[in-house]
Design a protein around this ligand. Structure first.
Ligand code: COA
Length: 212
């Protein structure tokens, strides 16, 4: 029988997570919050309602929702009720023992072409989007989203809920002190971050400056 995985989210990120599942030979089905979301479905595959999820609880799930706060709320709502698995595209590459680190988390999605080098700590419900790179000795906390093509250099600490935009670069910290992006901060697309960022900020530009 074909393996299946439930994906919360029916928008772009959800469909992209479904494609990662298919690349792994796993058939995705999708979980919509309500009938309005079902009516807007443009993808391929079965869509169920969130209230029906109990009947599917023998399957693993991931949360294919790009918004860190919404993803956190879904994770909390179903904590202990569903088995949140990890979904890793076969084209992602990993340094020594790095794949094991991801396996020990839950709800992590790694899209096509992501590259991890060595000694990177990864917590749960993190999204690594296509072609992102994460270098040695980084720490990536819960509910982070790394958008396509972002480059996280060595010795960087992404605190919980950080959102790194497409093509952004985070410069390296050092082995005594990681460059740290504060909780829930957003790094704009194409930014180059050269120093620590405070929590709850929005940073853009080269070098990145706080705008909000
Ligand atoms: C950083 C970001 C979140 C800011 O969004 P916002 O809070 O709605 O900000 P605004 O659109 O009001 O822009 C505020 C100012 O910052 C500028 N700005 C916005 N994003 C910028 C960016 N990435 N780089 C440089 N400047 C940027 C705007 O031009 C505007 O400048 P102004 O005040 O001189 O007119 C958003 O622009 C962004 O970069 N998002 C990431 C997109 C992405 O990576 N998507 C991938 C999806 S997987």
């Amino acid at each position: 029988m074909k393996k299946r995985i439930g994906i919360f989210g029916t928008s772009g990120m959800g469909r992209e997570a479904g494609d990662v599942a298919r690349a792994c030979g796993i058939e995705p089905f999708y979980v919509a919050r309500d009938e309005i979301e079902v009516a807007g479905w443009i993808g391929a595959g079965e869509v169920i309602l969130e209230k029906e999820v109990g009947a599917y609880s023998h399957y693993p799930f991931v949360i294919g929702i790009g918004d860190n706060e919404i993803r956190r709320k879904v994770a909390l709502r179903f904590e202990g009720k569903l088995d949140f698995s990890n979904l890793v595209h076969p084209s992602a590459t990993f340094g020594y023992r790095q794949r094991k680190v991801i396996n020990e988390a839950q709800g992590v999605i790694v899209a096509a072409g992501v590259r991890f080098t060595s000694n990177i700590a990864v917590e749960s419900f993190v999204l690594f989007n296509q072609n992102a790179t994460i270098a040695h000795d980084c720490v990536v906390e819960h509910f982070v989203h790394v958008a396509p093509g972002a480059n996280i250099s060595g010795n960087v600490h992404l605190r919980q809920g950080v959102w790194v935009g497409a093509g952004a670069v985070i410069n390296q910290g050092d082995d005594k002190r990681r460059l740290t992006i504060g909780m829930n901060s957003v790094i704009g697309s194409g930014a180059v971050v050269t120093e620590d960022c405070e929590p709850n900020g929005i940073y853009v530009g080269v070098p990145a400056k706080r705008i909000k």
